[in-house]
Design a protein. Structure first.
Ligand SMILES: [Fe+2]
Ligand SMILES: [Fe+2]
Length: 180
């Protein structure tokens, strides 16, 4: 009986910690990326699938979340403002890379060119600094050849690969594309 009680207490404590962590991350995303999250172009990425049935929108929010977790867990000391904004905008290419017309022309090149397209789109709407630019430009490393030049870009590159893998093998499930 005591063991059951202890297990229940431990489970409740674990859930409380997870909830607190979720709340903390949500508050950070709001504090540093609210303008991006509320913009119509960013919301429009809910209409595009990234991997599996995960939208580009949710993929980018997840990459920002995992970047924060990785930064905290490993004590990397990233600038949270740049980390969050770079992660939210890293796939800001604003087209459907599964679209038939797109596939007919550039399918094989998406992996190579979308970071520069994302950067150009982000520059039009936001005042980026060099760290945020590096995050967006290099997140596909080693495809980018030139490696990331700052810790924030390394963290987003790692978080992006982790999230992409879990989406592709179906561990991270989305809800499919939503009408824009
Ligand atoms: Fe990407
Ligand atoms: Fe990505």
């Amino acid at each position: 009986m005591d063991l059951l009680k202890a297990l229940r207490v431990r489970r409740r404590e674990r859930l409380r910690r997870l909830y607190e962590r979720h709340k903390r991350i949500h508050a950070l995303l709001k504090e540093h990326g609210e303008d991006i999250l509320q913009s119509s172009n960013f919301k429009g990425t809910r209409a595009h699938i990234q991997h599996g049935n995960m939208t580009v929108h949710n993929h980018c929010v997840d990459v920002a979340r995992y970047s924060l977790l990785l930064n905290k867990k490993l004590g990397i000391g990233c600038n949270k403002h740049d980390l969050i904004r770079g992660a939210l905008l890293h796939d800001y290419f604003l087209y459907d890379w599964h679209d038939k017309a797109y596939l007919a022309n550039r399918q094989r090149l998406h992996g190579f060119h979308h970071p520069m397209t994302a950067l150009q789109n982000a520059e039009k709407e936001y005042a980026l600094n060099d760290v945020q630019r590096d995050i967006i430009k290099k997140h596909m490393w080693p495809l980018s050849v030139i490696p990331p030049m700052c810790r924030e870009a390394w963290v987003v590159t790692a978080a992006d690969k982790y999230c992409s893998l879990l989406e592709t093998i179906g561990v991270h499930k989305g809800h499919g594309a939503q009408a824009s």
